[in-house]
Design a binder for this molecule. Structure first.
Ligand SMILES: Cc1cc2nc3c(=O)[nH]c(=O)nc-3n(C[C@H](O)[C@H](O)[C@H](O)COP(=O)(O)O)c2cc1C
Length: 499
């Protein structure tokens, strides 16, 4: 009988490449991005073994040595697994979170296998890596044959369909880890979990990825307000240079007068509602001036300071890092005192600057906004928020984009409240066309992209004998709906009975 001798796979342990070993006062500290461990009473032999592990994985790591086994068990996130074939590393598997732990799975020969819809391949530090927001590990595909196995798993099949790439036992070893960690799914009679389970189905790939990276806990890359480009790339200016173009000075309200006449915060909060129908008379330039002044003007600029090594500003709404990366563009359709056109709002000069007077771009932006309201609204003005993203990414790693979306939300609410207090018709929008906005505003998509849209108009004047605020019949009152009527009556008295 002839036996075919082929190399056997082996899984070895090594320390993650970012682990630093610090030995002081009889305590050995293992420091890493996924956690740090202080080890007391470590024998010199084990310390030496740890130092060797930091340099190279070891096949002969003696886990019968109690202390070493305990350390591996306790600090398992700091250890990378290397799946090798005949001394050749196929993949390196590392935890990306302190909570990272899995056991390799046993795979039957007839199991249907496929990559999870959340798995992604990308280049990281010049290596090809497999990641997933569902998995607290990263697989570095060190050998191209491992990448070929993963590529084939993009389409469902059995382990037999992977034949020819690796010896059978090496394939089983590799797949066992990929399934155990959660990159590869086993099919069920109804399909693969990421396609069939209700919770997973309702996560879009990019949403879950973005969520997992915008919060700490699942990811081992640089995170948070660490000013990563300090001394390397100049920060973007706090105030965007104003584009060239014909400009319109805006009305500046006297804040003393506003304070004396504004309804109370509670009246505004309780009467606030989205309005998608507009009055016969359009918005006026004066109203736009007051509304922008109260929501988005620059109140002052300052910095750099020791805590914030860049220029910052203060405006009526709050902003992470005082970065104020959001800019406003007004697409005007109908406004008494302002010609139709696309304008940039200069928040320091408090004026509008015409950036595009093309009819086609203006109509395309307004149509996109109207479609977002299921064609209910034909607004007087569309306000598009763009993000000068680098203002934020100069300070924050990983969270910059999500922080910008939070800022858009903060600004939406400020816009809603001021518009309500002024008796206008406000409505936030959840979708917009960033590509169109970049073209229409003359922007580079990567440098300044739209992240939010808001429509504004004059409010229809209710008939004198109209009920205070007719609530839809389908509404079931919870916690006393009387608020809406009384707050609305107050606003009606203030804004509409005299018009
Ligand atoms: C972030 C955000 C996105 C929204 N997107 C849309 C939208 O795309 N179309 C729309 O007609 N209304 C949109 N709205 C308005 C909501 O539909 C509205 O706030 C919600 O129905 C509650 O009603 P109310 O604002 O009258 O209290 C949005 C509101 C917010 C805050």
């Amino acid at each position: 009988m002839t036996t075919i001798d082929h190399p056997r796979p082996a899984t070895r342990l090594g320390l993650r490449s970012d682990v630093r070993i610090d030995e002081r006062d009889g305590t050995v500290r293992l420091l890493s991005r996924v956690g740090s461990f202080a080890l007391h009473g470590v024998t010199p032999e084990v310390t030496r073994a740890l130092r060797e592990l930091a340099v190279a994985p070891r096949a002969d790591l003696d886990l019968s040595e109690t202390q070493l086994r305990q350390i591996v068990e306790r600090a398992k996130q700091l250890f990378a697994r290397f799946i090798e074939l005949d001394g050749r590393v196929l993949v390196r598997i590392e935890a990306t979170s302190r909570a990272g732990a899995y056991e390799p799975a046993e795979i039957s020969a007839d199991a249907r296998l496929r990559l999870s819809k959340f798995a992604l391949l990308r280049t990281l530090d010049n290596e090809l890596v497999l990641e997933s927001p569902l998995v607290r590990h990263r697989v570095t595909l060190v050998d191209p044959v491992a990448a070929a196995v993963v590529a084939r798993l993009g389409t469902e099949g059995t382990a037999a369909d992977l034949a020819g790439l690796l010896p059978e036992d090496a394939t089983a070893e590799l797949i066992g880890h990929l399934v155990g960690a959660g990159f590869v799914e086993q099919g069920t009679p109804t399909g693969f979990p990421s396609d069939t389970e209700a919770v997973l189905r309702q996560w879009d790939f990019h949403d879950l990825l973005s969520h997992s990276r915008a919060r700490s806990g699942r990811f081992d890359q640089p995170f948070g307000g660490i000013f990563p480009y300090l001394g390397d790339i100049e920060p973007r200016p706090a105030i965007k240079p104003v584009p060239d173009g014909r400009s319109i000075e805006l009305f500046r309200p006297e804040l003393d007068e506003v304070l004396a006449t504004d309804p109370s915060l509670t009246a505004v909060l309780e009467a606030r509602t989205s309005v998608r129908q507009y009055g016969e008379k359009p918005l006026t330039a004066r109203q736009i001036g007051e509304w922008l002044y109260r929501t988005a003007r620059v109140r002052a600029v300052y910095g750099p300071t020791p805590n914030a090594p860049y220029e910052a500003s203060t405006r009526p709404y709050p902003c992470g890092g005082a970065a104020y990366e959001l800019e406003l563009y007004l697409t005007v359709q109908r406004c008494d005192g302002i010609e139709p056109g696309i304008y940039y709002y200069d928040p320091v000069g408090h004026r509008l600057v015409l950036v595009n007077d093309g009819e086609a771009d203006r109509q395309a932006l307004l149509e996109t906004a109207s479609i977002a309201t299921a064609l209910q609204a034909d607004p007087d003005v569309l306000v598009t928020m763009t993000s000068r993203f680098q203002r934020l990414s100069w300070k924050y790693r990983a969270i910059a984009y999500s922080v910008s979306l939070k800022h858009a939300g903060v600004l939406y609410q400020t816009m809603y409240l001021v518009a309500t207090a002024m008796g206008l018709a406000p409505c936030g929008l959840g979708s917009g066309d960033s590509d169109l906005a970049a073209r229409a505003f003359g922007l580079d998509y990567l440098t300044e992209s739209s992240v939010g849209d808001f429509i504004l108009g004059s409010r229809p004047v209710p008939a004198a004998d109209a009920p205070p605020r007719p609530l839809p019949e389908s509404w079931q009152a919870v916690n006393d709906p009387g608020w809406a009527s009384s707050a609305y009556s107050l606003l009606r008295e203030r804004h509409w009975t005299s018009s």
